[in-house]
Design a protein around this ligand. Structure first.
Ligand code: NAD
Length: 452
């Protein structure tokens, strides 16, 4: 008998639907079918593969509201976020539909003949997705992988499978051949681990915790299997005294409390130049108390609940260790709620300053000068993203270059744009997703020499 997992609405704690969990035999069968489909998919003419991806994008576009509604119920995302997330899947498919017809190799001048390079697809790619952004993270894996001629098996997080399952159906509706994109809801210890150990899976794209990511990387080493890791973060938002402080304070809540702080790019540390500290904190407190923390079925909600009782307990564990300096609101009653919370920190050894809380909690610390700000920002095992607020563009660029992280923004908190590369330094990850080169990360570069 197939085991079932009951998906729960985190805003109401009510069951939504039971989803079957794929077992080992089911995973093996899906990988074998994806391997068989690979030979046919790679042979589809580039223009036709591009057209199929554009059709897939159009079908997703026609279902943005349906997908968003599923995510509001399954993951407690706000409507604004959930619509953006479904739109991001469409946009990635459209963007990478340009790739099949542009996978240019090189002709390299050599003596005695002609030398050519080709980008060959890898085969079956396994994409392992966490629960925090189920739709975009799935799309960042499957869209460029499919464009490069690979087939994909995709495992959503156990607790948030609904949008991935629907996207798998939409792929078939758009005309993608069977087994080109297969969604396998299930446990990490079963389906995810099988992607790592199965010899026909030639690359694993993993997004999730640093702890599991290290295990996935070690497992892939057994078969010298390609792996991309997008892991945790503890990103810094650095506010200089010469910044537009009102704007910096007004935007700071959205940089860390978006998706209830369950965002690998969350600016969960704020560094404020000492001379501007009081003014910034006054504006920040006003902005935090104005944040609309509501059931996400209310379209005006800006922050929803935590995704699960377990995640709420984990975040509460951090809050129990500290004094909260100020906090926003949260609804009473059912739901996995935590109010957006601000903690001031003196000692950089504190757990709340070093560890990824993955909830609506931010730690704030003053700094003395530019060098001090950079040193404090870099004093972390992580290096995913970060922000710099300043009116001095030279300083903005200088500090952006000095911070050891993959995605920096000056006078903005954005990290993710499908046009630009995304990924982490240090324990935040390995490899890059998105941007113009993403399809190449799903290929082997082959060199062919022809003697004259
Ligand atoms: P997690 O590591 O527990 O799980 C992530 C995925 O891996 C899930 O699908 C899970 O089922 C699967 N998994 C679990 N054990 C596995 C195993 N042994 N082998 C293979 N797969 C396995 O993380 P989570 O709790 O789902 O997500 C939260 C974490 O993800 C946070 O630490 C966050 O920072 C990180 N994250 C990082 C990024 C990024 O792009 N850097 C994006 C989103 C989330």
């Amino acid at each position: 008998m197939t085991d079932l997992f009951t998906v729960v609405n985190p805003a109401t704690e009510q069951p939504v639907v039971d989803v079957p969990l794929t077992d080992l035999a089911g995973t093996d069968a899906a990988i074998a079918a994806a391997h068989e489909a690979f030979q046919r998919w790679r042979a589809v003419a580039p223009g036709e593969r591009a057209a199929l991806l554009r059709r897939f994008a159009a079908v997703v576009d026609a279902h943005v509201d349906e997908l968003a509604e599923l995510e509001v119920r399954n993951a407690g995302h706000t409507w604004g976020n959930a619509r953006w997330e479904a739109g991001n899947v469409r946009d990635c498919l459209n963007y990478y539909s340009g790739a099949p017809e542009r996978m240019f190799g090189k002709q390299i001048p050599v003596p005695g003949g002609t030398d050519l390079t080709f980008y060959e697809p890898l085969g079956v790619v396994g994409v392992i997705v966490p629960w925090n952004f189920p739709m975009p993270i799935a799309g960042w894996g499957f869209a460029p992988a499919l464009a490069a001629g690979n087939t994909v098996v995709l495992k959503p997080a156990e607790i948030t499978p609904l949008t991935a399952l629907r996207i798998g159906e939409l792929a078939l509706e758009a005309g993608l051949p069977e087994h080109v994109l297969t969604v396998l809801p299930g446990k990490g210890s079963v389906v995810g681990e099988r992607f790592v150990t199965h010899e026909l899976v030639r690359k694993v794209v993993f997004t999730g915790s640093t702890e599991v990511g290290k295990r996935v990387m070690a497992g892939c080493a057994e078969q010298v299997k390609a792996v991309t890791l997008e892991l945790g973060g503890k990103s810094a938002n650095i506010v200089f005294a010469d910044a537009d402080l009102a704007a910096a304070a007004a935007s700071a809540p959205y940089a860390v409390f978006d998706n209830a702080g369950q965002d690998c790019c969350a600016r969960s540390r704020i560094l404020v130049e000492r001379s501007a500290y009081d003014e910034f904190m006054a504006g920040f407190e006003k902005a935090v108390s104005a944040l609309r923390v509501l059931d996400p079925s209310d379209e005006s909600s800006e922050m929803g609940p935590l995704v699960s009782a377990g995640q709420r307990a984990s975040v509460q564990g951090y809050l129990d260790e500290v004094d909260v300096t100020f906090a926003g609101s949260r609804p009473d009653g059912a739901g996995y709620w935590i109010a957006p919370s601000v903690v001031t920190v003196d000692d950089p050894a504190e757990r709340i300053w070093r560890e990824e809380v993955f909830g609506p909690v931010v730690a704030v610390m003053p700094f003395d000068d530019e060098a001090d700000a950079v040193a404090r920002a870099n004093d972390s095992d992580y290096g995913l993203s970060g922000s710099i607020y300043t009116s001095d563009l030279g300083r903005g660029l200088r500090v952006a270059r000095a911070v050891e992280a993959g995605n920096l923004s000056v006078n903005s908190h954005s990290s993710v744009r499908y046009w630009t590369p995304f990924g982490g330094y240090k324990e935040s990850g390995l490899g890059r997703e998105l941007g113009p080169d993403a399809p190449l990360a799903f290929t082997e570069e082959k060199n062919v020499f022809i003697a004259h």
